[in-house]
Design a protein around this ligand. Structure first.
Ligand code: ASP
Length: 441
C-alpha cells in the first residue's frame, strides 16, 4: 500500500468540529497513515492561537507576573475540544505539569511545543492511532540545525513499526534532551520530514485555503488557484512574498522527489495545488504560473565613464556590500553604469558606510540612491518556450500609465522581474495579472 503523510494546520484543528473534519479526511483514504498536527489555531479572526497563549504564559512567568489567567485560557481551549470529542485525556495532569514548569525555570520552546504535544495526543486518542512524541524522533544539533542523520534513522525505524500514527509538529529535542522548536509555522517542516522518513508517495498539507493563489488576493480580485507549480517556481514566488508553506518545508521532500499537495480542510473536494519537481503534460501550454511582489527596495545607482574597461570594478563594488554583510537582490548594468537593488530595511543601517566606501574606493562620477521601489516577479517555467511574454507585460504597464524603473530577466527565463515606484505597485500588479491571465491556463 502506498503511504500518504498528512499535515493539518492550526485552523484545521482549532476546535472539535474542525478536528472531526480532519478525521473524516484522514479516514476517507487508508493510505493516509501518518498525521502531523499543529496546535489549535484561531477559530475566528479575533481568536488567539494556542501557541501565542503559550508564549504569553512564558513571558508572564519570566517577568514574574501572574500567568494563571492565560494558563486557564489554554486549559479551557483544550477542555472544550476533549469534551466535544468525547476522548479520554488527562488535561488536569498536563496543565499541572505546565504550571510547575512555569514556576521553576521556564523555557519558551518547551512551553510553545505543548500546544502541538497536547493536540496530537488528543487527536491520536480520537483516531485510535499511536501517538509518537516528536522529542523522541526529531533531533536538532547543538546549534539548532536539524540533525538529519539521527532524525531520519530513528524516525524511519519508528514509523516502520507503526501502521498509523500522529506526530506533533513544530518541535524536537536537542542533544541534551531539552525541547527545541523550528521557527513559527514549523509544523510544515515536521510534515515534510515525516513524509520523507516514511517514504510517502505524497505529502498533503491541509490548511484553510484551496491552494496557492497566482497573485495576492488583497490586490487582485479573485486570482486563479495554481493547479501545479514546481519547487523552483514556488521558491521564486515565496521569496517575493507569496506565502503558503514554511520555507524549510520544501527541502526534505524535494530531495526525495515527494510532491506536496496543498488542500483545504473546509473544502476537501477542491484539488488544491500540487508542488512538483517538473510540470506534468496537462500544464503544457501554460506560460506563467504566478505573480508576486514586494515593496521596500532601494537602488544604488553608479556611473563612471569607461567603467566597462576598468577590470575588477564590479568585483570591488560587490565586495563593499559583502564586507558589510549584506546580500542584494539585483544588479543590472550598462556600459558605464551599474545599479544595486537592495532591501531598504537591511541597507539603511549601512547606508553611510557603503556610500563612503563607494566614493573612496571606486571614484565614480555619480552615485545616487533612490528609495521607494517595489519589485514584481512574473514567474513561469513555460516562459522559456514562448514568445512575447515580456512585450505583454510592458504593454500592460504602459497601458496603466506606469513607468518601469528596472527590468531583469534571469538567464534561466524562469522569471521576469520588474521594478516600479512603490506608488505604482498595486496598479502594476493588477495590470500585469490581467495581461498574464490568459497565459496561466
Ligand atoms: N503552532 C506553531 C505556530 O503557531 C507551529 C505551526 O502551527 O506550524 O507557529
Amino acid at each position: 500500500m502506498n503511504t500518504i503523510t498528512v499535515k493539518f494546520g492550526g485552523t484545521s484543528l482549532a476546535s472539535a468540529a474542525q478536528i472531526q473534519k480532519a478525521a473524516a479526511i484522514i479516514q476517507a483514504d487508508p493510505a493516509r497513515r501518518y498525521v502531523v498536527a499543529s496546535a489549535p489555531g484561531k477559530r475566528t479572526k479575533e481568536d488567539i492561537k494556542v501557541t501565542d497563549l503559550l508564549y504569553r504564559c512564558f513571558n508572564e512567568a519570566e517577568d514574574g507576573e501572574d500567568f494563571t489567567g492565560t494558563l486557564t485560557k489554554i486549559h479551557d481551549r483544550f477542555a472544550d475540544i476533549i469534551r466535544e470529542l468525547g476522548v479520554d485525556f488527562d488535561l488536569e495532569g498536563e496543565i499541572a505539569v505546565l504550571k510547575s514548569h512555569l514556576e521553576h525555570k521556564p523555557s519558551p520552546d518547551y512551553m510553545a511545543s505543548r500546544g502541538e504535544y497536547m493536540n496530537s495526543k488528543i487527536i491520536a486518542a480520537y483516531l485510535g492511532y499511536t501517538f509518537i512524541d516528536a522529542a523522541e524522533v526529531i533531533f536538532f544539533q547543538e546549534n539548532g540545525a536539524l540533525d538529519e542523520q539521527r532524525t531520519y534513522q530513528t524516525l524511519s525505524m519508528r514509523l516502520m513499526g507503526e501502521e498509523r500514527a500522529v506526530v506533533p509538529g513544530f518541535y524536537g529535542s536537542l542533544p541534551d534532551g531539552t525541547i527545541h522548536t523550528f521557527s513559527r509555522g514549523g509544523s510544515d517542516v515536521t510534515g515534510a520530514i515525516v513524509a520523507r522518513a516514511s517514504a510517502s508517495s505524497l505529502y498533503e498539507n491541509w490548511t484553510d485555503v484551496s491552494g496557492m493563489l497566482s497573485a495576492d488576493p488583497r490586490i487582485v480580485e479573485n486570482p486563479r488557484v495554481i493547479d501545479y507549480i514546481t519547487y523552483t517556481e514556488l521558491r521564486e514566488l515565496s521569496y517575493m512574498g507569496a506565502s503558503v508553506l514554511h520555507e524549510d518545508a520544501v527541502f526534505p521532500v524535494r530531495k526525495a522527489g515527494i510532491p506536496i499537495n496543498i488542500r483545504n480542510t473546509n473544502a476537501p473536494e477542491d484539488p488544491g495545488t500540487m508542488i512538483v519537481a517538473s510540470l506534468p503534460a496537462v500544464t503544457g501550454r501554460r506560460t506563467v504560473t504566478g505573480i508576486a511582489g514586494k515593496k521596500g527596495f532601494s537602488s544604488i545607482h553608479i556611473e563612471k565613464s569607461m567603467m566597462n574597461s576598468e577590470v575588477g570594478f564590479v568585483a570591488k563594488l560587490l565586495k563593499i556590500f559583502a564586507d558589510e554583510g549584506l546580500s542584494f537582490e539585483h544588479c543590472p548594468s550598462g556600459i558605464d553604469t551599474i545599479s544595486i537593488v537592495i532591501n531598504t530595511a537591511s541597507f539603511t543601517p549601512h547606508r553611510d558606510a557603503i556610500l563612503h566606501r563607494i566614493r573612496q574606493d571606486l571614484e565614480p562620477d555619480v552615485v545616487a540612491v533612490e528609495d521607494g521601489l517595489a519589485l514584481i516577479a512574473v514567474v513561469g517555467q513555460g516562459m522559456v518556450y514562448s514568445k512575447g511574454t515580456a512585450a505583454k507585460i510592458f504593454a500592460a504597464l504602459a497601458g496603466s500609465g506606469v513607468n518601469i524603473r528596472m527590468i531583469d530577466q534571469g538567464s534561466s527565463e524562469l522569471n521576469i522581474i520588474i521594478s516600479v515606484d512603490e506608488l505604482d505597485f498595486e496598479t502594476s500588479l493588477r495590470g500585469i495579472y490581467h495581461a498574464m491571465e490568459g497565459l496561466m491556463k
